[in-house]
Design a protein around this ligand. Structure first.
Ligand code: HAM
Length: 430
């Protein structure tokens, strides 16, 4: 066959073994942090019903779907995010699950986005969600888990020039303000989707979009003015003291003090987030140097999603933390650990006659829990050693014809301290 496209699909990645080592390391960090906080792992198929992601508020994610009709005429999508799947699972089992739930997952997600630094058409996402807790203690715990993970990577999270910042807002601040202007019901999520794009489209286009929704230009200007507010005191100066969004932000800050990460939080009403289901706290994690413009992670509270799916009102909050941006940052800052293949022993039969003994030695060592490769290549000794050292092996076990006749094998310690000794084959149960 001629002209087969041999490149990976645009915007997707191939993971060679060295890339897999980094990915496996990242996933194990995520799993360890999630289990430290008592979260249980769940998973679902990457294929979902398209409807889960069709939102009338005009979310960008709906237009980025990888979707198709299957052979049974069903509209299917590759999941662009995990949150609707989580809601589906919770809805299916209902009260039998026993709330609150603390669940995490590591799904691969697909979005037809413009591939650019930090954004691909496929990415893995660490999700942690709490189902059934209405108070901001849930948000504080989730942020604490993100902090715990980022500390492990070696990034600086101390008060002196931290590498990362959490931009936090609460949609209820804006929602209550909008209600005062008569903007209620379905209009609110639609307004959120528009004002989330303000960074990209600018104030003027935002005002035009808002007026199309029926928001007067005078009200639009006031919304934009509110969005430009940052810092808890400034927010408190602009909205009534009984605004539930403001109260939640104040509570969150005092919990952040208790956890010891308040210095990493920046209250910033311009954070809206592009997903229309958020109802309360919303937050994004950014590289504080600004060198990486895309968010490292994002999360929020979505207390109405279960009802949209036909379930009981259920408070839910969580975050998604992508693998792309964090791996770029850690690589650029030299913080990724050096990974080796982690081989303990290479067994080297010098001719095909010694393959059986070599195989038995390897089988014995593996049964002892060691990681063992048998080098069946029959290439020159020099190349065998070079390759074993490159693979990070600690020992080379040389199985030669003369040694086998004498009932021994030569064990050479690799690395800085090279030693050689003869060991009886009986040591390996032969
Ligand atoms: P999101 O902000 O759309 O939220 O995505 C969360 C994170 O996934 C982003 O901050 C980024 O790290 C990563 N990400 C998203 N899109 C891409 C992409 N095209 N390429 C690389 N990385 C990407 C959600 O998905 C929500 N469902 C999170 C959530 C969980 N909210 C509550 N629970």
């Amino acid at each position: 066959m001629a002209n087969i496209e041999l490149q990976s699909v645009k915007g997707t990645r191939d993971f060679y073994p060295e890339d897999m080592r980094a990915r496996t390391w990242l996933f194990s960090q995520w799993r360890e942090v999630a289990s430290q906080f008592g979260y249980e792992e769940y998973d679902v198929c990457v294929l979902e019903h398209e409807e889960l992601y069709i939102r009338k508020a005009g979310d960008e994610i709906t237009s980025q779907l990888y979707n198709f009709t299957d052979k049974g005429d069903r509209r299917i999508a590759l999941r662009p995010e995990m949150t609707p799947s989580l809601a589906r699972l919770v809805l299916a089992k209902g009260a039998a699950l026993g709330l609150p739930l603390r669940w995490f997952s590591l799904p691969q997600c697909f979005r037809y986005e413009q591939a650019q630094k930090g954004r691909k058409r496929e990415h893995f996402q660490w999700n942690m969600d709490i189902v059934g807790l209405a108070g901001v203690a849930a948000e504080a715990e989730l942020i604490a888990a993100q902090v715990a993970f980022l500390k492990r990577t070696g990034l600086n999270l101390e008060a002196d020039k931290p590498d990362v910042v959490w931009k936090v807002s609460n949609r209820q601040v804006i929602q209550f303000f909008l209600e005062g202007l008569g903007i209620t019901g379905d209009k609110f999520p639609a307004v959120c989707v528009i004002i989330d794009k303000r960074d990209k489209i600018g104030n003027e286009a935002t005002i035009i979009e808002l007026t199309k929704l029926g928001v007067s230009s005078e009200a639009s200007v006031r919304i934009i003015d509110l969005l430009d507010t940052s810092g808890l005191e400034q927010v408190a100066a602009k909205v009534p003291a009984d605004n539930p969004g403001l109260i939640a932000l104040q509570e969150l800050m005092s919990l952040a003090q208790a956890y010891g990460f308040a210095h990493l939080i920046c209250i910033d009403l311009s954070v809206i987030r592009g997903l229309s289901y958020y109802t309360g706290t919303v937050w994004e994690v950014f590289d504080a140097t600004g060198a990486m413009p895309r968010a490292i992670a994002g999360g929020g509270r979505y207390d109405k999603l279960m009802e949209v799916f036909g379930g009981q009102p259920t408070p839910m909050v969580g975050f998604g933390f992508g693998d792309v941006v964090i791996l770029d940052i850690l690589t650029e800052r030299g913080l990724l650990p050096t990974f080796t293949r982690g081989i303990d022993d290479v067994v080297y039969p010098m001719s095909a006659t010694e393959f059986t003994v070599a195989t038995r030695v390897a089988t014995f060592l593996r049964s002892e829990g060691r990681k063992v490769v048998v080098d069946y290549s029959l290439r020159r000794f020099k190349h065998v050693i070079e390759r074993a050292e490159k693979d990070g092996a600690k020992r080379l076990l040389i199985i030669g014809g003369n040694e086998v006749r004498d009932g021994v094998c030569v064990v050479r310690t690799l690395g800085a301290e090279r030693k050689e000794e003869k060991i009886p084959l009986s040591t390996f149960g032969i």
